[in-house]
Design a protein around this ligand. Structure first.
Ligand code: SF4
Length: 121
């Protein structure tokens, strides 16, 4: 998937931190794992829901998601409030994390698929 497709599927609809025109070179790990799943055919574009997110998706800490999605993310240590030791109130994860949570909640993927994507990177 090219960078434009990546932004269109993942960042623009789901990520509160995405800014059109930003020259950000690094992608969050959540988005990279979604991209891997799309390229590997684990997820197809028609499975990606319309823009929809709810704080219920991330209000309760999900240790499996944090281990597989966030542990190796380049933003985790310094830039991600959601993953900080004491997250500020209202801290939201990135769009990739949110999209993975939606796909997981809908039963389209399981933690094993996320682990497979994590191990393949
Ligand atoms: S929630 Fe934060 S640490 Fe986790 S993948 Fe997204 S940007 Fe990275």
């Amino acid at each position: 998937m090219g960078k434009e497709g990546f932004k269109g599927y993942i960042c623009r609809p789901f990520c509160a931190f995405f800014r059109d025109g930003s020259k950000e070179e690094l992608a969050c790990r959540g988005a990279l794992l979604v991209e891997y799943m799309l390229n590997a055919g684990i997820v197809s574009p028609d499975m990606i829901p319309e823009k929809s997110k709810s704080t219920r998706l991330w209000n309760r800490r999900d240790k499996d998601m944090e281990r597989t999605v966030c542990q190796r993310c380049p933003f985790q240590k310094a830039d991600c409030d959601f993953q900080s030791d004491i997250p500020p109130s209202g801290a939201e994860p990135c769009g990739g994390y949110i999209l993975l949570s939606i796909l997981k909640q809908k039963g389209i993927i399981g933690i094993a698929d996320i682990e497979e994507a994590d191990n393949a990177q």
